[in-house]
Design a protein around this ligand. Structure first.
Ligand code: NAD
Ligand code: DAU
Length: 358
C-alpha cells in the first residue's frame, strides 16, 4: 500500500512525511510526495529520510492533471493527503492570485485526477480509498471575545484571500463527495507551530529575529488571539482521521490553547532569555516593536475539537508549554536550516543534494 501526499516539503506536510515513515517502520508503507517546491517547499526538511526507499519525491504541480493521473496509476495509492497550498495570510493580501491558482484551481485539478483514478478502482480498493483535505480554522472567520469556539457546524465566513481560497477548496471537496461519492475527509486545524516552520509566520519569525538582534514586529495591539497546536499533534490527528474518519465528515483539530499574540511573543522572549541569554544581559522583550496592523486582521480563532476526541478518541500529546519549549530548542539547534532558508541557499542545497525528478 502507498499514500500520496501533496505539499510534503512544506512545514506540516514535511513533518507528516517524517512522522509517517518513522512510525510506520514495521509496515513500511511508502509515501509518494508531490510538491511544486514553491518558496515554502524545502527538501532540506526531509534530509532525515534522504535515500529512504519508501519516500518517492516528485517535483510537480497539483494542477498538472497529466502528472497527477500518471502518479496515481503508477503508484495506486490507498489515500491522498492534500496539504499543498499557498498558506501565508500576509502574502495573500499582497498577491492573491497565486492563492486562487493553487488553492482553488490546483485543488480542483487534483480532485478531477483523483475522481478519474477512484472511478476505475473496484472492490476493496475502491471501498478503502480516502481523500483527506487539510483545511484551516480560518474559513470560519473571526470570533468575538465571548463567542464559543468554532464547531464543525459553524458558518463559513472567510475574511482574507487566503481563507477565502481555502473555503473555496473545501466546498469543491465537499461537492465531490456529495455529487460523485468520492470518499473525502475534511479537517480544520488551528495554528500550528514546531520544527521546520518557515520563518515568515509569527512564532519562527520571532525566534529568528530575536536571535539576530532584529525588531520583533507585533501587529496592532497584539491582543489578537490564535489557538495553537504543536505540529506533530496535528499530524497524529490526521493519521487518526485517515484511519477511522467517516467519509463525508468534517473534523476540527485543536488543542484548546488560545493565546494572545503578545503573550506568545513574551513567552518566546522569556524562553530565549533562559536558553540563550543576550550578550548584554537584557531581555529579548526589549526588541518588541508594535507595527501597523494586518488589513482585515481576524481578532480571534478558537477550535472546538470535541468531535475528534469523542468519535475518534484523539487528543494532543503536547501542552503548549512543552511544545513551545521544544520548538525554541529546535531553532537553537538548527541555525543552518534557518540560515539557508533566509539566504535562499536552501534552493541551491536542494539542487546539489537531490536529484529532483518529475
Ligand atoms: P507551507 O506553505 O509550509 O507548505 C506548503 C507546501 O505546498 C510547500 O511545500 C509548497 O512547495 C507546496 N505547494 C505550493 N503550491 C503547490 C502546488 N501548486 N503544487 C504542489 N505543491 C505546492 O504550508 P503549511 O503551513 O505546511 O500548510 C499546509 C496545509 O495545512 C495548507 O493546506 C494549509 O492551508 C493547512 N493549514 C496550515 C496551518 C498552519 O498553521 N500552518 C493550520 C491549519 C491548516
Ligand atoms: O489558523 C490557521 C492558520 O494559521 C493557517 O491556516 C495559516 O496557513 C497559517 O499561516 C496561520 O495563519 P495566521 O495568519 O494566524 O498565522 P501568522 O503566523 O501569519 O500570524 C499569527 C498571528 O500573529 C496573527 O494574528 C498575525 C500576527 N503576526 C504575524 C506576523 C507574521 C504579528 O503580529 N506579527 C508578525 O510579524
Amino acid at each position: 500500500m502507498t499514500v500520496l501526499v501533496t505539499g510534503g516539503a512544506g512545514f506540516i506536510g514535511g513533518n507528516f512525511v517524517l512522522d509517517w515513515l518513522a512510525q510506520a517502520q514495521a509496515q513500511a508503507e511508502p509515501v509518494v510526495n508531490l510538491d511544486a517546491l514553491s518558496y515554502s517547499g524545502n527538501l532540506e526538511t526531509l534530509e532525515a529520510i534522504k535515500g529512504d526507499r519508501r519516500h518517492h519525491f516528485v517535483q510537480g504541480d497539483i494542477a498538472d492533471r497529466e502528472l497527477v493521473s500518471r502518479l496515481l496509476m503508477q503508484h495506486t495509492p490507498r489515500a491522498v493527503i492534500h496539504f499543498a497550498a499557498e498558506s501565508h495570510v500576509d502574502r495573500s493580501i499582497h498577491g492573491p492570485e497565486a492563492f486562487i491558482q493553487t488553492n482553488v484551481v490546483g485543488t480542483f485539478g487534483l480532485l478531477e485526477s483523483v475522481r478519474g483514478y477512484w472511478g476505475d478502482l473496484r472492490g476493496p480498493a475502491r471501498e478503502a480509498f480516502r481523500f483527506l483535505h487539510v483545511s484551516t480554522d480560518e474559513v470560519y472567520g473571526s470570533l468575538q471575545a465571548q463567542e464559543s469556539a468554532f464547531t464543525e457546524a459553524h458558518r463559513y465566513q472567510p475574511n482574507s484571500p487566503y481563507s477565502a481560497s481555502k473555503a473555496a477548496s473545501d466546498h469543491l471537496v465537499r461537492a465531490y463527495h456529495h455529487t460523485y461519492g468520492l470518499p473525502v475527509l475534511i479537517t480544520h486545524c488551528s495554528n500550528n507551530y514546531g520544527p521546520y516552520h518557515f520563518p515568515e509566520k509569527l512564532i519562527p519569525l520571532m525566534i529568528v529575529n530575536a536571535l539576530a538582534g532584529k525588531p520583533l514586529p507585533v501587529y496592532g495591539d497584539g491582543r489578537q488571539i490564535r489557538d495553537w497546536l504543536y505540529v506533530k499533534d496535528h499530524c497524529s490527528a490526521l493519521c487518526r482521521v485517515l484511519e477511522a474518519g467517516t467519509p463525508g465528515e468534517v473534523y476540527n483539530i485543536g488543542g484548546w490553547n488560545e493565546k494572545a499574540n503578545i503573550d506568545i511573543v513574551h513567552t518566546l522572549c522569556d524562553l530565549l532569555d533562559q536558553m540563550r541569554p543576550r550578550d548584554d544581559g537584557q531581555s529579548y522583550r526589549r526588541q518588541i516593536t508594535h507595527v501597523a496592523d494586518r488589513p482585515g486582521h481576524d481578532r480571534r480563532y478558537a477550535i472546538d475539537a470535541r468531535k475528534l476526541h469523542r468519535d475518534l478518541g484523539w487528543r494532543p500529546a503536547e501542552t503548549f508549554e512543552s511544545g513551545i519549549r521544544k520548538t525554541v530548542r529546535w531553532y537553537l539547534d538548527h541555525p543552518g536550516w534557518v540560515q539557508r532558508v533566509q539566504s535562499g541557499a536552501y534552493r541551491q542545497w536542494i539542487d546539489s543534494q537531490y536529484g529532483v525528478s518529475a
